[in-house]
Every structure is written in C-alpha cells, then in structure tokens.
Design a binder for this molecule. Structure first.
Ligand SMILES: Nc1ncnc2c1ncn2[C@@H]1O[C@H](COP(=O)(O)OP(=O)(O)O)[C@@H](O)[C@H]1O
Ligand SMILES: [Mg+2]
Length: 500
C-alpha cells in the first residue's frame, strides 16, 4: 500500500512513459504490406489472363493459316489437272497416304531432290497404323501427334472405301508458340515487379501520415491527464490534415478531438481550482465563529458550578464538539492548501529532533501507552517543512494512541536507506480493520465513529489523508502494513543532498 490515488497531479511522479515499438511501413501484418501483396496478385492475375488470351488467339490464327495450306495441299493431291498427283508444289514434311479397304500406304516428303519435285520416303509402320484408324469425314481437319514425326494437321478426302490422307507438320507452330510463351512469361514478370515497386511507393507514401498520427496519439496517451493542469497536448502536423485525402480527414478529426479534450481538461482544471478555493475560503471563514463559540463555552466554565448538571453536560459537549470541528476545519484548510500546490516551507531539517519532540508530546498525552524511540546517533537531515513533518508524526502517534487500548507498546524509529529517511511508527495494538486498509490514506476514511468515541479520540478521518498529502509534497511515500498485533506506518522522504 502506498499513497492514495486521489492525490493532486503536481504531487505525483510522472507516469512510466512507454513507447510502442516503431512499425516499419511494410512489416508483416501491416495494411501497407497487404495492399502491396493484393495489388501484385491482381496484376499477376490480369497479366497471366491476358497472356493466355493472346497465346490462344495467336494459336488460332496460325492454325487457320496452316488449314489454308492443308486445303491447298490436298487439292494438289486429289484435284484434277495435269500435275495431279504431282508432288512438286508440296511442302517439305508433308505426309500423303492412300487408304483402301484393308491397306494403307503412305509417304513423307523429305527434301527437294531436284528443281521439279521432292523426294519422298516411306512412312513408318506405327505412323501408318495411327493414320489408318483416323476417324475423319471427308474435308474435316484434325491435329494428331504422329509417332516418329511429331504434331501434324491432317485432313482426308474420299469415302468409306478409299481415301487420301494429307498432313502437314505443325512443328514450326510449336516453336513459335514456345517463344511467344517465353516472351509472355518474361513480360508478366517485369509487369509484376513494376507493379510491386509502384504500389509500394504509393502505399508507403500514402500511409506515412497515418504513422505520424499514431505517433501523436501515443504521445498524447502518455500524458498524465488524471488531474491538475494539463500541458503538452500535441497536434497532428498541418501537412497531415488536408481534408481532401482520407488520411488527412482522420488527422483533422483527430486534431478537433484533441481541441475538444484540451478544452474539457482546462474546464475541469478551472472547476477543480474553484472548488479548492471554495473549500479553503469556507474553512477560513469558519475559523472565526468557531473560535467565538469555544471562547464563550470556556467563559461559562468558570460558572459551571452554578449550572444544573444537564446544562453543564450540554456545555461540555458544546466545548468538545467545537474543538473537534476546529480541528476538522484546520485539517480541511491544510488539505485545500496542499491540493492547490506545494504549500511547504522547505529547509534542511534534522528529522531525529522532530521525531524526538513528537514522541515526547505523545508520551505526555498518552501516559497509559508504552512509548519507545529508536534513533540513529547522527542527525538525519532532510529538506522538509519542520512544522508539517511534526504534524505527520503527531497524526501517526495520535492514531497509535487513540485507536489502540491502553498498555499498547508504540515504537517510533528513524533510519536511512537508499537515499531516503525512513520513519516508522509501530504498535502492537489490534491493527487497522482489513476493509479499511486499502483506503486508509483517503479522505474521511475511518472506523465507526462510536468505537473511536469510546476511546476518547476526536476522529475526523482526515489525519492519514494529511499524512499522505504532506509526505507526497515532500516527494515521499507513506505506506501501511497492518495485522492484529503489529501495525507499521512507514513514511519515506528523500535525504537532503549536501550543498556542494
Ligand atoms: N495505529 C492504528 N491502529 C489501528 N487503527 C488505526 C491506526 N491508525 C489509524 N487507524 C484507523 O485508520 C482510520 C483513519 O485514521 P485517520 O485518518 O487518522 O482518521 P481518524 O484518526 O481521525 O479516525 C482510523 O479511524 C482508524 O480506524
Ligand atoms: Mg487520526
């Protein structure tokens, strides 16, 4: 347990500022990377589709040309005329086969033997076998892969009993298509690479303002905004607030939101200041009438012997309640002053002396308790307000006196550890009630009034709130460790650095 959460901002140490890890624009999982990958995939899809269409079209055009040559070739073989069945006009590689029921013979034109004709060679048996079972109507064309000769475009002329089969090679077509496809693959690769580069440039450029926006948001979210006057709310740079672009609109909206938040925080601060001022003024104004009430109650004390017992009791109650109210008002005034900024008169102060004085006051006020003191031999100097620090000790010792039964042992100790003066007040009383422990340093936290009244204390529930506020104003901490039989209040404030 440490200082309460309701402390004003100026008494708190700045929160731990954590910076998010810097995100590279195209790191895994980023929007930028997803956009680039998708654009590349889309471009690849379009490029591959286009390549396929182009290849198909090129193939069809070429096959049409081949078909024209095939028609001419079969016309030369079957057509009337003096040349028929001359082989003179035929292309190298042309296949001519004649099939009658049961037999087939065929040849392939190998090369030009003379200026007039070409030299034929017999077709292989396997190829003839393939041609003999070819299912084609007269004039119909087809593509077939012939054993030993490769891809051929073939057609027939004739009827069921006798037909002529003519084929011309498609090998040129095949190599043309291969080069076309290689070229298309290269082109597709280049297009995808270019698309990735362009998309990357556009995406990184367009998303950079978003990263700056995130940086601004992080800076603002690390500011301590809980209370007090808030400064340092940065804005997105003007360059990133162009309403024409989507990201610019986000930046603009973000800046508007920050304006709004800053306005709200300023209004909150103003009302906090007003409220503190009101509490301070009210407490101050209450002091005088209270002093008057106490004065008059005291005045009548001298003539109390002449009063009826009821009247005397009533006057006694007026006196004690106005005392209680005075201390409440003083406490409230002090808290209001501490809230509105450091209200301390700091000077190098010997803490051991203050602890010594406070303990001897407590000993005088509570003779039924057993008080002990443990001080170092050397003076312990802290930069402190001696009057306020005395009040801290007085509050802790008064608690040890009023919230524990007579005979309780109370030990006060001072030590130095890690550059801090450590003051502990330990008692072996019943302990702070468990349900109270987490909020014991908050204002108006106290055990049931009746219990305290019985032990003669004047309980306001502000004593430990003042301890926490004064200690925090000294840049220190106050904490509690309590269970039945052992309650330790620990106050830590920094040791004064020797002036060098
Ligand atoms: N030494 C202690 N032993 C037991 N209870 C304690 C002790 N000190 C404080 N407390 C509990 O913490 C509550 C808050 O203390 P404090 O803020 O000083 O208010 P107050 O003393 O006016 O009641 C007390 O009402 C009491 O119940
Ligand atoms: Mg108290």
């Amino acid at each position: 347990m440490s200082s309460p959460p309701l402390m004003p901002a100026q008494h708190q140490l700045p929160p731990d500022v954590s910076h998010p890890p810097a995100v590279r624009p195209l790191a895994k999982g980023t929007l930028g990377r997803r956009l680039v990958v998708r654009v590349a995939a889309l471009v690849a899809l379009v490029a591959v589709g286009l390549s396929a269409v182009v290849a198909l079209a090129a193939y069809n055009i070429q096959v049409n040309q081949v078909d024209g040559r095939l028609d001419r070739a079969i016309a030369r073989v079957t057509g009337p005329g003096p040349d028929s069945p001359s082989l003179g006009g035929q292309e190298i590689g042309t296949i001519i086969a004649e099939q009658t029921t049961g037999t087939i013979k065929g040849m392939i034109l190998v090369d030009r033997a003379s200026n007039y004709g070409v030299r034929p060679a017999s077709l292989s048996v396997e190829a003839l076998q393939q041609l003999s079972v070819l299912q084609l109507d007269s004039g119909e064309r087809s593509t077939i892969r012939l054993v030993d000769y490769g891809l051929y475009r073939v057609t027939t002329h004739g009827d069921g009993t006798a037909r002529v089969i003519v084929g011309i090679p498609l090998s040129q077509l095949g190599s043309a298509m291969t080069s076309l496809m290689v070229f298309e693959a290269l082109l597709t690769g280049v297009i995808i690479a270019a698309a990735v580069l362009v998309a990357r440039g556009v995406v990184v450029g367009s998303l950079a303002p978003l990263n700056r926006l995130a940086a601004t948001a992080t800076t603002v979210s690390n500011l301590p905004l809980e209370s007090g006057e808030v400064e340092g709310i940065v804005r997105v740079p003007d360059a990133d607030t162009d309403p024409v672009s989507e990201v610019g609109r986000v930046g603009l909206a973000f800046n508007h939101m920050l304006d709004n938040v800053e306005g709200a925080l300023a209004a909150r601060h103003a009302s906090e200041v007003k409220l503190r001022q009101f509490v301070a003024d009210a407490s101050h104004e209450l002091r005088n009438p209270l002093a008057a009430i106490r004065g008059y109650a005291e005045l009548t004390r001298r003539e109390r012997a002449e009063l009826s017992p009821t009247m005397a009791h009533a006057l006694g109650r007026i006196e004690s309640e106005s005392d209680r109210m005075s201390s409440l008002v003083e406490d409230l005034l002090l808290l209001a002053r501490l809230d509105s900024g450091p209200a301390l008169d700091l000077a190098p102060t010997d803490v051991t002396e203050i602890v010594l004085n406070a303990t001897s006051d407590a000993r005088a006020a509570g003779p039924d308790h057993r008080w002990s003191l443990s001080l170092p031999d050397e003076p312990v100097v802290a930069l402190a307000d001696r009057y306020r620090l005395h009040q801290v000790l007085a509050n802790l010792l008064a608690n040890a006196r009023t919230h524990t039964p007579p005979g309780t042992r109370v030990e006060t100790a001072v030590a130095v550890a890690d550059g801090m003066v450590v003051i502990t007040v330990t008692d072996d009383g019943p302990g702070v009630p468990a349900d109270l422990q987490s909020s014991v340093f908050e204002r108006f936290t106290r055990a049931e009034v009746s219990r305290v009244r019985i032990q003669g204390g004047s309980s306001t529930g502000l004593g430990l709130a003042i301890v926490a506020a004064v200690v925090a104003a000294h840049r220190g901490t106050a904490s509690l460790d309590s269970h039945p039989g052992r309650t330790v209040f620990t106050v830590r404030i920094p040791v004064a650095r020797p002036a060098s």
